[in-house]
Design a protein around this ligand. Structure first.
Ligand SMILES: [Zn+2]
Length: 63
C-alpha cells in the first residue's frame, strides 16, 4: 500500500497541488487529475492521468 509518508512528498505534476489517496488512484486535490497506481507505485505522469469523472459527487467540496 501507499503510506501517508509517501503521500506527503507526492505532488501533482500538472499543478504541483497536494494529492490524496483514493482507493486505486492518487487524486489531485487542486485540479482533480487522477493518477493510477500500478504494483503499488503511483504513476505521477500527466499523460497517464485521467480527468476526474463526475460520480455524482461535487468536484470541489470545500473543507
Ligand atoms: Zn493537479
Amino acid at each position: 500500500m501507499i503510506d501517508n509518508e509517501l503521500m506527503e512528498i507526492l505532488a501533482c505534476p500538472a499543478c504541483k497541488g497536494p494529492v490524496e489517496l483514493q482507493e486505486e488512484w492518487i487524486v489531485c486535490q487542486e485540479c482533480g487529475l487522477r493518477y493510477p497506481i500500478r504494483d503499488g507505485i503511483p504513476i505521477m505522469l500527466v499523460e497517464e492521468a485521467k480527468q476526474a469523472e463526475t460520480d455524482g459527487g461535487e468536484p470541489d467540496s470545500g473543507d
